[in-house]
Design a protein around this ligand. Structure first.
Ligand code: AMP
Length: 222
């Protein structure tokens, strides 16, 4: 099976993808993480993507489609995967559908995590990420804002450049204008399930699992 986690920046796609990935042994494919890794390593892709990401813009479709085509392996197709942060444009969604058709990939669902923008901006300005394991934390809930409570890395927590207040409005606008139309595209293509992303992490996860059961992608007994 595959799951596409869709939603605005800060809505919790990465957090939920990690939970689902562990619980159902699905590969978590985050295009944001792939790009950040490339930036960290200073690869050609990383050098190209770095400034675009810092300003909150989208990396060009041809690059992103190439990354996804290379990232989804035969094994992922067999065992299942979660897409987090892709597709973000209608062209990316169309390319993904062609890829699914070519590779004969069936059995997927789009999970939409919904939340209002003000709540998300509030959340994003209070979050930090771990340089080592990419986990995301809310600073209000951390006792120690330096060390990662997930992987234990020392002084690894940082605020992403694109999470800074001046960049977020830009990212939200891009989401509204360029990414949201992907949903209208999918409404005609695949099962789409909407979930309130402002609930607790546990309740959002529970709702996603119910949606996967309803879509018969996992057994009702799980
Ligand atoms: P994320 O971690 O998903 O919020 O992604 C961080 C940044 O990476 C985005 O603001 C974009 O600059 C870039 N990015 C990630 N995924 C995509 C995508 N599917 N298309 C274009 N740019 C992307």
């Amino acid at each position: 099976m595959f799951v596409i986690l869709f939603g605005a920046p800060g809505v919790g796609k990465g957090t939920q993808a990690k939970i689902l990935s562990t619980k159902f042994n699905l590969r978590h494919i985050s295009t944001g993480d792939i790009l950040r890794e490339a930036v960290k390593k200073g690869t050609v892709l990383g050098i190209k993507a770095s400034e675009i990401m810092k300003s909150g813009q989208l990396v060009p479709d041809d690059i992103m489609i190439g990354i996804i085509n290379e990232s989804i392996s035969d094994r992922d197709i067999e065992t299942g995967f979660i897409l987090d942060g892709f597709p973000r444009t209608v062209s990316q969604a169309e390319a993904l559908e062609s890829f699914f058709t070519e590779r004969n990939i069936t059995g997927g669902v789009i999970i939409v995590l919904e939340a209002n923008e003000d709540a998300l901006i509030q959340r994003i300005t209070h979050r930090v990420a771990c340089k080592e394991c990419n986990s995301i934390f809310n600073t209000d809930l951390l006792n120690d804002v330096n060390n990662c409570p997930e992987c234990g890395a020392v002084k690894s927590l940082y605020q992403r450049q694109d999470d800074k207040e001046e960049i977020i409005n830009n990212r939200m606008e891009i989401f509204r204008e360029t990414t949201l139309p992907v949903l209208s595209y999918y409404n005609e293509q695949r099962p789409v399930c909407k979930i309130n992303g402002l609930q607790t992490i546990e309740k959002v996860a529970e709702d996603i699992i119910t949606a996967l059961k309803d879509a018969k992608l996992i057994p009702a007994t799980v």
